[in-house]
Design a protein around this ligand. Structure first.
Ligand SMILES: C[S@@+](CC[C@H](N)C(=O)[O-])C[C@H]1O[C@@H](n2cnc3c(N)ncnc32)[C@H](O)[C@@H]1O
Length: 306
């Protein structure tokens, strides 16, 4: 498949079937110019393009995707979030969304700065190409994908949710407003729709703890990475020992256990390294968590190489 035109954007050649990871061919609309779908001939599957989003879910996953998106939206509204305006999203991470507090966005700016530095260093040493293929995994409202594209990366924003306010619907408006080209893909982190060995950098920004299965997700991530490609995990809560679930069964309440992360990374052939445990004041915040009787967690910046 050639890089083909899709409405406002284009279809990267490195997308793949979420079932077999094989290459896809484009399906043109009536006028023959616009791409309306992608096709996997091996699995006899056609994936549609709708509202500017390429729908690359594994067949049968639509109901789960809808449920996860609904739960996410309801949780956020219960937490007092309001659907952010495009201007507010474009100002992230520098100007915090008021609902989430200054502390939270301070942490997020810290990891954002580390990611920017990492990409810059890897490019200048030639370990990343000048225009790396990057996937924002669990991109949500797309504020990070927008910056990745601004920095000259070829970006796919992948999320299970196409929600107009908290999912890829919002990401579409952000990228249009910022005049950057980001390819929006509805898909699952557990079966990323890319061909094997094609992605330079996978970023899980506040999203890995949502994955249904850590082992499966990181195995799939490692498979789509090119040899020596990078996988970054940031703003995911990590506790000592094994993973735990807070807030009942909601996936967003999960905290990954450091032992699980290390064990799984080894199993799937990723060399993982912790570059930061959060801003300098984080240990003070952890002490406060303990005083309040909570289990202390950290938000490390983890870099893994295939
Ligand atoms: C806390 S939000 C983070 C969004 C964004 N990365 C950010 O930092 O603002 C987690 C995101 O993961 C998405 N998500 C949850 N489960 C997913 C899955 N299995 N596959 C892909 N995305 C998923 C949610 O829809 C949500 O947008």
């Amino acid at each position: 498949m050639e890089g083909a035109c899709m409405g406002m954007g284009y279809v990267p050649v490195w997308l793949g079937c979420p079932v077999c990871r094989g290459a896809l061919t484009t399906v043109a609309g009536h006028d023959g110019t616009e791409v309306v779908g992608l096709r996997c001939s091996r699995d006899d599957l056609t994936f549609r393009v709708q509202d500017g989003v390429i729908r690359l879910l594994v067949p049968g996953e639509e109901a789960r995707a809808e449920r996860l998106a609904r739960e996410y939206r309801e949780r956020r509204l219960q937490q007092g979030w309001r659907p952010p305006t495009v201007d507010a999203l474009c100002a992230l991470p520098f100007k915090p969304l008021p609902e989430m507090g200054r502390v939270y966005w301070h942490v997020r700016r810290h990891s954002f700065g580390l990611l920017r530095k990492l990409i810059h260093q890897e490019r200048s040493t030639g370990r990343l190409p000048l225009r790396p293929r990057v996937v924002d995994m669990g991109a949500g409202m797309g504020w990070l994908a927008r910056w990745l594209a601004t920095w000259g990366c070829e970006v796919v924003a992948l999320d299970i949710s196409v929600d107009p306010f908290f999912g890829l619907g919002a990401a579409r408006r952000v990228c249009t407003a910022a005049k950057v080209n980001v390819v929006l893909v509805q898909g699952g982190m557990e079966y990323p729709p890319f061909q094997a060995g094609q992605v330079d950098l996978l970023v899980y920004n506040a999203s890995l703890h949502y994955a249904a299965d850590l082992q499966r997700t990181l195995h799939a991530g490692a498979t789509v990475l090119r040899p020596e490609g990078l996988l970054v995990i940031m703003d995911t809560p990590v506790v000592q020992g094994r993973s735990v679930s807070r807030r009942g069964t909601w996936v967003g309440g999960r905290q990954l256990g450091w032992e699980d992360v290390i064990e799984v990374a080894q199993q799937v052939g990723l060399r993982i390294e912790c570059r930061s445990n959060g801003p300098r004041w984080w240990p003070v915040y952890q002490a406060w968590q303990r005083v309040r009787g909570e289990r202390a967690f950290r938000l490390p910046f983890l870099v893994a190489r295939r």
